[in-house]
Ligand binder design. Structure first.
Ligand code: 0EO
Length: 324
Protein backbone atom coordinates (compact mmCIF):
# COMPACT_ATOMS: atom_id res chain seq x y z
CA UNK A 1 0.00 0.00 0.00
CA UNK A 2 0.90 3.63 0.02
CA UNK A 3 0.20 6.64 2.23
CA UNK A 4 -0.06 10.24 1.07
CA UNK A 5 -0.50 13.31 3.29
CA UNK A 6 -0.27 17.00 2.58
CA UNK A 7 2.24 19.09 4.47
CA UNK A 8 1.55 22.75 5.16
CA UNK A 9 4.25 25.31 5.92
CA UNK A 10 3.72 27.58 8.94
CA UNK A 11 4.24 31.28 8.21
CA UNK A 12 7.74 31.93 6.89
CA UNK A 13 8.24 28.23 6.05
CA UNK A 14 9.63 27.69 9.57
CA UNK A 15 8.20 24.17 9.77
CA UNK A 16 5.96 21.90 7.71
CA UNK A 17 3.05 20.11 9.44
CA UNK A 18 0.97 17.08 8.43
CA UNK A 19 -2.09 15.31 9.90
CA UNK A 20 -1.41 12.00 11.67
CA UNK A 21 -4.10 9.62 13.00
CA UNK A 22 -3.24 8.01 16.37
CA UNK A 23 -5.84 5.66 17.86
CA UNK A 24 -8.39 7.40 15.63
CA UNK A 25 -7.46 10.88 16.86
CA UNK A 26 -5.88 13.29 14.32
CA UNK A 27 -3.09 15.71 15.27
CA UNK A 28 -0.94 18.01 13.10
CA UNK A 29 2.68 16.95 13.53
CA UNK A 30 6.16 17.82 12.30
CA UNK A 31 7.82 15.08 10.19
CA UNK A 32 11.50 15.08 11.12
CA UNK A 33 14.09 13.08 9.13
CA UNK A 34 16.66 14.39 11.64
CA UNK A 35 15.42 12.42 14.67
CA UNK A 36 13.72 9.09 15.47
CA UNK A 37 11.08 9.57 18.18
CA UNK A 38 7.33 9.85 17.52
CA UNK A 39 6.01 11.90 20.44
CA UNK A 40 2.75 13.79 21.00
CA UNK A 41 1.16 16.51 23.06
CA UNK A 42 -1.40 14.72 25.25
CA UNK A 43 -3.82 15.08 28.15
CA UNK A 44 -1.09 14.04 30.62
CA UNK A 45 0.65 17.41 30.18
CA UNK A 46 -0.08 20.28 32.55
CA UNK A 47 -2.59 22.87 31.37
CA UNK A 48 0.20 25.46 31.28
CA UNK A 49 2.30 23.27 28.95
CA UNK A 50 -0.54 22.15 26.68
CA UNK A 51 -2.60 25.35 26.27
CA UNK A 52 -3.53 25.92 22.63
CA UNK A 53 -2.44 22.45 21.44
CA UNK A 54 -4.48 19.52 20.13
CA UNK A 55 -4.06 16.78 22.73
CA UNK A 56 -3.96 13.03 22.24
CA UNK A 57 -6.09 11.36 24.93
CA UNK A 58 -4.84 7.80 25.50
CA UNK A 59 -7.84 7.02 27.75
CA UNK A 60 -10.14 7.62 24.77
CA UNK A 61 -8.24 5.27 22.44
CA UNK A 62 -9.48 1.66 22.52
CA UNK A 63 -6.23 0.49 20.92
CA UNK A 64 -3.66 2.32 23.10
CA UNK A 65 -1.47 0.03 25.20
CA UNK A 66 0.94 1.43 27.81
CA UNK A 67 4.54 0.10 27.65
CA UNK A 68 5.18 -0.22 31.39
CA UNK A 69 8.56 1.04 32.58
CA UNK A 70 9.50 2.60 29.25
CA UNK A 71 10.45 6.30 29.10
CA UNK A 72 11.92 8.68 26.54
CA UNK A 73 13.96 11.89 26.65
CA UNK A 74 15.09 13.87 23.60
CA UNK A 75 17.11 17.06 23.26
CA UNK A 76 17.36 18.69 19.82
CA UNK A 77 19.95 20.80 18.04
CA UNK A 78 18.07 24.01 18.71
CA UNK A 79 18.27 23.40 22.46
CA UNK A 80 14.66 22.30 22.83
CA UNK A 81 13.78 19.10 24.72
CA UNK A 82 10.92 16.74 25.56
CA UNK A 83 10.49 13.69 27.83
CA UNK A 84 7.76 11.34 28.96
CA UNK A 85 6.30 7.83 28.89
CA UNK A 86 5.60 5.34 26.08
CA UNK A 87 2.80 3.21 24.71
CA UNK A 88 1.73 1.72 21.40
CA UNK A 89 -1.25 2.56 19.24
CA UNK A 90 -2.56 2.36 15.70
CA UNK A 91 -0.83 5.10 13.67
CA UNK A 92 -2.14 5.92 10.21
CA UNK A 93 -0.46 8.43 7.90
CA UNK A 94 -2.48 9.04 4.75
CA UNK A 95 -3.48 5.38 4.54
CA UNK A 96 -0.16 3.78 5.51
CA UNK A 97 -0.81 2.08 8.86
CA UNK A 98 1.21 0.56 11.70
CA UNK A 99 -0.96 -1.27 14.25
CA UNK A 100 1.49 -1.17 17.17
CA UNK A 101 3.61 1.97 16.67
CA UNK A 102 5.51 3.31 19.68
CA UNK A 103 3.72 6.55 20.62
CA UNK A 104 5.66 8.62 23.13
CA UNK A 105 3.52 10.72 25.48
CA UNK A 106 5.25 13.94 26.53
CA UNK A 107 4.97 14.75 30.21
CA UNK A 108 7.45 17.64 29.96
CA UNK A 109 8.21 19.90 26.98
CA UNK A 110 10.58 22.89 26.74
CA UNK A 111 9.26 26.40 26.15
CA UNK A 112 9.63 26.54 22.35
CA UNK A 113 7.29 23.53 22.07
CA UNK A 114 4.75 25.13 24.44
CA UNK A 115 4.81 28.31 22.36
CA UNK A 116 4.61 26.57 18.96
CA UNK A 117 0.88 25.76 19.17
CA UNK A 118 0.74 24.79 15.48
CA UNK A 119 2.74 21.63 16.14
CA UNK A 120 1.43 18.82 18.41
CA UNK A 121 4.46 16.57 18.21
CA UNK A 122 7.06 15.03 15.98
CA UNK A 123 7.22 12.00 13.70
CA UNK A 124 10.85 10.94 13.74
CA UNK A 125 11.94 9.51 10.37
CA UNK A 126 15.70 9.05 10.82
CA UNK A 127 17.02 5.54 11.57
CA UNK A 128 15.66 3.65 14.59
CA UNK A 129 19.10 3.51 16.21
CA UNK A 130 18.57 7.15 17.23
CA UNK A 131 15.31 6.41 19.09
CA UNK A 132 15.65 7.44 22.75
CA UNK A 133 13.16 5.06 24.44
CA UNK A 134 14.71 3.21 27.40
CA UNK A 135 15.24 0.47 28.40
CA UNK A 136 13.79 -0.94 25.13
CA UNK A 137 14.59 1.17 22.04
CA UNK A 138 11.59 1.49 19.69
CA UNK A 139 11.30 1.58 15.90
CA UNK A 140 10.27 4.57 13.80
CA UNK A 141 7.01 4.62 11.85
CA UNK A 142 8.96 4.29 8.56
CA UNK A 143 10.95 1.30 9.89
CA UNK A 144 7.72 -0.38 11.01
CA UNK A 145 5.65 0.39 7.90
CA UNK A 146 8.27 -0.37 5.23
CA UNK A 147 7.40 -4.09 4.89
CA UNK A 148 3.77 -3.25 4.13
CA UNK A 149 4.61 -0.61 1.52
CA UNK A 150 4.63 -1.27 -2.23
CA UNK A 151 8.24 -0.01 -2.08
CA UNK A 152 10.32 0.81 1.06
CA UNK A 153 10.46 4.51 0.25
CA UNK A 154 9.05 7.79 1.38
CA UNK A 155 9.26 11.12 -0.41
CA UNK A 156 9.29 14.73 0.76
CA UNK A 157 7.76 17.41 -1.46
CA UNK A 158 8.11 20.73 0.43
CA UNK A 159 7.02 24.00 -1.18
CA UNK A 160 7.48 27.67 -0.29
CA UNK A 161 4.25 29.02 1.24
CA UNK A 162 2.12 26.30 -0.40
CA UNK A 163 0.82 22.84 0.45
CA UNK A 164 3.22 20.02 -0.38
CA UNK A 165 3.08 16.31 0.38
CA UNK A 166 4.76 13.35 2.00
CA UNK A 167 4.22 9.95 0.36
CA UNK A 168 5.01 6.53 1.80
CA UNK A 169 5.43 3.58 -0.58
CA UNK A 170 6.01 5.10 -3.99
CA UNK A 171 8.03 7.73 -5.87
CA UNK A 172 5.54 9.83 -7.87
CA UNK A 173 7.55 10.96 -10.88
CA UNK A 174 4.97 13.65 -11.70
CA UNK A 175 6.20 15.54 -8.61
CA UNK A 176 9.65 16.41 -10.01
CA UNK A 177 11.34 17.28 -13.28
CA UNK A 178 14.19 15.49 -15.02
CA UNK A 179 15.80 12.31 -13.76
CA UNK A 180 16.21 11.51 -10.07
CA UNK A 181 19.78 11.05 -8.81
CA UNK A 182 20.24 8.27 -6.25
CA UNK A 183 23.21 8.25 -3.86
CA UNK A 184 24.38 6.00 -1.03
CA UNK A 185 23.47 6.90 2.55
CA UNK A 186 25.93 6.44 5.41
CA UNK A 187 23.78 5.12 8.29
CA UNK A 188 26.33 4.66 11.11
CA UNK A 189 25.29 7.87 12.88
CA UNK A 190 21.60 7.13 12.31
CA UNK A 191 20.95 10.08 9.97
CA UNK A 192 20.18 10.21 6.24
CA UNK A 193 23.84 11.14 5.74
CA UNK A 194 25.92 11.45 2.57
CA UNK A 195 29.26 12.84 1.40
CA UNK A 196 29.30 16.55 0.55
CA UNK A 197 32.67 18.08 -0.30
CA UNK A 198 32.03 20.30 -3.35
CA UNK A 199 29.95 23.34 -4.24
CA UNK A 200 29.51 26.00 -6.91
CA UNK A 201 27.97 29.47 -6.90
CA UNK A 202 25.49 29.92 -9.72
CA UNK A 203 27.02 28.33 -12.86
CA UNK A 204 30.54 28.99 -11.58
CA UNK A 205 33.31 26.42 -11.34
CA UNK A 206 32.80 23.54 -8.95
CA UNK A 207 35.18 23.95 -5.99
CA UNK A 208 36.07 21.80 -3.00
CA UNK A 209 35.35 23.20 0.43
CA UNK A 210 32.30 21.44 1.80
CA UNK A 211 32.60 19.97 5.30
CA UNK A 212 32.73 16.46 3.81
CA UNK A 213 29.44 15.10 5.16
CA UNK A 214 25.84 16.35 5.34
CA UNK A 215 22.40 15.10 6.37
CA UNK A 216 18.96 15.57 4.78
CA UNK A 217 16.80 16.95 7.57
CA UNK A 218 13.14 18.01 7.12
CA UNK A 219 13.09 19.09 10.80
CA UNK A 220 15.64 21.86 10.27
CA UNK A 221 14.32 25.05 8.72
CA UNK A 222 17.47 26.38 7.09
CA UNK A 223 20.40 25.19 5.00
CA UNK A 224 23.36 24.97 7.40
CA UNK A 225 26.76 24.69 5.66
CA UNK A 226 30.39 25.30 6.64
CA UNK A 227 32.15 28.68 6.53
CA UNK A 228 33.88 27.97 3.18
CA UNK A 229 30.56 27.64 1.38
CA UNK A 230 28.75 30.37 3.33
CA UNK A 231 31.52 32.97 2.87
CA UNK A 232 32.01 32.13 -0.82
CA UNK A 233 28.26 32.42 -1.43
CA UNK A 234 27.56 35.68 0.39
CA UNK A 235 30.75 37.35 -0.90
CA UNK A 236 28.87 37.58 -4.21
CA UNK A 237 25.90 39.38 -2.58
CA UNK A 238 26.18 43.18 -2.17
CA UNK A 239 24.94 44.22 1.25
CA UNK A 240 25.27 40.79 2.89
CA UNK A 241 26.37 41.15 6.50
CA UNK A 242 26.77 39.08 9.62
CA UNK A 243 24.20 40.63 11.95
CA UNK A 244 24.95 39.71 15.56
CA UNK A 245 21.70 40.87 17.10
CA UNK A 246 19.62 39.05 14.49
CA UNK A 247 21.83 36.00 14.98
CA UNK A 248 23.02 35.33 11.46
CA UNK A 249 23.72 36.63 7.96
CA UNK A 250 21.25 39.13 6.49
CA UNK A 251 20.94 40.32 2.91
CA UNK A 252 18.94 43.04 1.14
CA UNK A 253 15.43 41.67 0.44
CA UNK A 254 15.69 43.01 -3.14
CA UNK A 255 18.97 41.19 -3.82
CA UNK A 256 19.01 38.88 -6.84
CA UNK A 257 20.54 35.85 -5.09
CA UNK A 258 22.56 33.33 -7.14
CA UNK A 259 21.71 29.62 -7.08
CA UNK A 260 23.94 27.36 -4.97
CA UNK A 261 25.08 23.96 -6.25
CA UNK A 262 25.87 21.45 -3.50
CA UNK A 263 27.47 18.02 -3.60
CA UNK A 264 25.01 15.31 -2.52
CA UNK A 265 26.76 11.94 -2.44
CA UNK A 266 28.96 12.86 -5.39
CA UNK A 267 26.26 14.41 -7.57
CA UNK A 268 25.41 18.12 -7.67
CA UNK A 269 22.06 19.42 -6.42
CA UNK A 270 20.89 23.00 -6.99
CA UNK A 271 19.31 25.23 -4.35
CA UNK A 272 17.54 28.13 -6.06
CA UNK A 273 18.58 31.63 -5.03
CA UNK A 274 14.92 32.45 -4.45
CA UNK A 275 14.79 29.67 -1.83
CA UNK A 276 17.84 31.16 -0.05
CA UNK A 277 15.97 34.45 0.37
CA UNK A 278 14.36 33.59 3.73
CA UNK A 279 12.15 35.91 5.80
CA UNK A 280 12.09 39.69 6.25
CA UNK A 281 13.77 40.96 9.41
CA UNK A 282 12.72 44.57 8.91
CA UNK A 283 12.56 47.03 6.01
CA UNK A 284 14.75 45.83 3.15
CA UNK A 285 16.71 43.48 5.43
CA UNK A 286 16.04 39.77 5.03
CA UNK A 287 17.46 36.72 6.83
CA UNK A 288 19.55 34.37 4.70
CA UNK A 289 18.26 30.81 4.27
CA UNK A 290 21.91 29.67 4.12
CA UNK A 291 23.69 30.00 7.46
CA UNK A 292 26.99 28.77 8.85
CA UNK A 293 27.37 25.76 11.14
CA UNK A 294 30.68 24.81 12.73
CA UNK A 295 30.28 21.03 12.50
CA UNK A 296 31.63 18.22 10.34
CA UNK A 297 28.01 17.41 9.52
CA UNK A 298 26.27 20.04 7.39
CA UNK A 299 22.46 20.08 7.65
CA UNK A 300 20.42 20.38 4.46
CA UNK A 301 17.07 21.49 5.87
CA UNK A 302 13.80 22.77 4.46
CA UNK A 303 15.52 25.42 2.28
CA UNK A 304 17.14 22.51 0.40
CA UNK A 305 13.86 20.60 0.14
CA UNK A 306 12.04 23.58 -1.38
CA UNK A 307 14.34 23.26 -4.40
CA UNK A 308 14.71 19.47 -4.38
CA UNK A 309 12.15 16.64 -4.26
CA UNK A 310 13.77 13.96 -2.08
CA UNK A 311 13.16 10.20 -1.82
CA UNK A 312 14.33 8.23 1.22
CA UNK A 313 14.83 4.48 0.55
CA UNK A 314 15.18 2.41 3.73
CA UNK A 315 15.34 -0.79 1.63
CA UNK A 316 18.74 -0.09 0.08
CA UNK A 317 19.80 2.94 2.20
CA UNK A 318 19.85 5.39 -0.67
CA UNK A 319 18.59 8.93 -1.08
CA UNK A 320 17.15 10.26 -4.32
CA UNK A 321 16.88 13.93 -5.29
CA UNK A 322 15.58 15.86 -8.29
CA UNK A 323 14.77 19.51 -8.93
CA UNK A 324 11.07 20.51 -8.48
C1 0EO B 1 17.66 13.63 19.19
C2 0EO B 1 18.84 13.23 18.36
C3 0EO B 1 18.90 11.72 18.22
C4 0EO B 1 18.72 13.85 16.97
C5 0EO B 1 18.79 15.37 17.07
N1 0EO B 1 18.30 15.93 15.83
C6 0EO B 1 18.12 17.26 15.70
O1 0EO B 1 18.27 18.03 16.64
C7 0EO B 1 17.70 17.77 14.34
C8 0EO B 1 16.20 17.76 14.22
O2 0EO B 1 15.82 17.82 12.84
C9 0EO B 1 15.53 18.92 14.99
C10 0EO B 1 14.00 18.79 14.96
C11 0EO B 1 13.31 20.04 15.43
C12 0EO B 1 13.42 20.24 16.93
C13 0EO B 1 12.65 21.48 17.43
C14 0EO B 1 11.21 21.41 17.02
C15 0EO B 1 11.03 21.21 15.52
C16 0EO B 1 11.83 19.99 15.05
N2 0EO B 1 15.91 20.15 14.32
C17 0EO B 1 16.54 21.14 15.00
O3 0EO B 1 16.86 21.06 16.18
C18 0EO B 1 16.77 22.44 14.26
C19 0EO B 1 15.69 23.41 14.74
C20 0EO B 1 14.95 24.06 13.61
O4 0EO B 1 15.78 24.61 12.66
C21 0EO B 1 13.95 25.07 14.21
C22 0EO B 1 12.67 24.29 14.42
C23 0EO B 1 11.58 25.07 15.01
C24 0EO B 1 10.38 25.17 14.33
C25 0EO B 1 9.32 25.89 14.86
C26 0EO B 1 9.47 26.51 16.09
C27 0EO B 1 10.69 26.45 16.78
C28 0EO B 1 11.75 25.71 16.23
N3 0EO B 1 13.74 26.22 13.33
C29 0EO B 1 14.33 27.39 13.53
O5 0EO B 1 15.05 27.61 14.46
O6 0EO B 1 13.99 28.28 12.53
C30 0EO B 1 14.52 29.61 12.52
C31 0EO B 1 16.04 29.55 12.41
C32 0EO B 1 13.92 30.28 11.31
C33 0EO B 1 14.10 30.33 13.79
C34 0EO B 1 20.25 15.76 17.27
O7 0EO B 1 20.98 15.83 16.27
O8 0EO B 1 20.60 15.98 18.45
Amino acid sequence: GIGIVTNTPTSGDVEFLSPVSIGGQTLNMDFDTGSSDLWVFNTGLSAAQSAGHTLFDATKSTTFKKLTGQTFSVSYGDGSSVSGTVGTDVVNIGGAQVNAQAVELATKVSSSFVQDTASNGLVGLAFSKLNTVQPTQQKTFFDNVQASLASPVFTANLKHDAAGSYEFGAIDSTQFSGTMNFVNVETTQGFWQFTSSKFAIGNGTVQTGGAGQAIADTGTTLLLANDNIVNAYYSTVTGAENNQQVGGITIPCDADLPDLQLDVGGKMATVKGTDIMFEQVQGNTCFGGLQAIDSDLMIFGDVFFKSNFVAFNIGDNTLGFAPH
